[in-house]
Design a protein around this ligand. Structure first.
Ligand code: FEO
Length: 171
């Protein structure tokens, strides 16, 4: 059975994952209307993944005797100066999510809720991967700079990354 404070903390994370999904959906749209098809499909699939992260939390809260809460979401920023800035925001956002997961892990230990602690390990591992992927992408983006040919190849390759990561994602 979840304590009230753990339930509240987990529900806060439900909101963060839902907002993440919206943020990446807005990024997908931004890229799509700019004709950056690969980047756009990468962002659409990131958005889907975030929804999965949210649903996993929802199920866990309900299974443990709590009730998931779906709250109002903040509207995502829809303007980006460049695709580089967009990927910088992606990394920044994932770092923010990792911090939030770390805080949840901390609370679960404080409350000696080992079931929640164990459940959260999946998110800890996922955040390591998501941050690493965002850093790798950003390194590539920085390397390309203003090279149009580079952007063309990057847009093509990132689509491949989407397919690969989808194949690797369990569940
Ligand atoms: Fe669910 Fe990308 O954090």
């Amino acid at each position: 059975m979840l304590s009230k404070s753990i339930e509240t903390a987990l529900n806060k994370q439900v909101r963060i994952e839902a907002e993440s999904s919206q943020i990446y959906l807005a990024m997908a749209i931004w890229a799509e209307v700019k004709g950056l098809e690969g980047i756009s499909s990468f962002m659409y699939s990131q958005s889907d993944e975030e929804r999965e992260h949210m649903l996993k939390l929802v199920k866990f809260i309900n299974e443990r005797g709590g009730q998931a809460h779906i709250s109002e979401l903040n509207a995502p920023n829809v303007k980006h100066k460049s695709y580089k800035e967009m990927f910088e925001k992606l990394l920044e956002h994932e770092i923010f999510v990792s911090e939030s997961i770390n805080e949840l892990v901390h609370i679960s230990l404080q409350e000696k809720d080992y079931a929640t602690h164990n459940f959260l390990q999946w998110y800890v591992a996922e955040q390591i991967e998501e941050e690493a992927m965002a850093r790798t992408i950003l390194d590539k983006v920085k390397m390309i700079g203003d090279d149009k040919g580079g952007l063309y190849l990057f847009d093509r390759d990132i689509q491949q990354m989407t397919i690969t990561s989808a194949a690797e994602t369990p569940e």
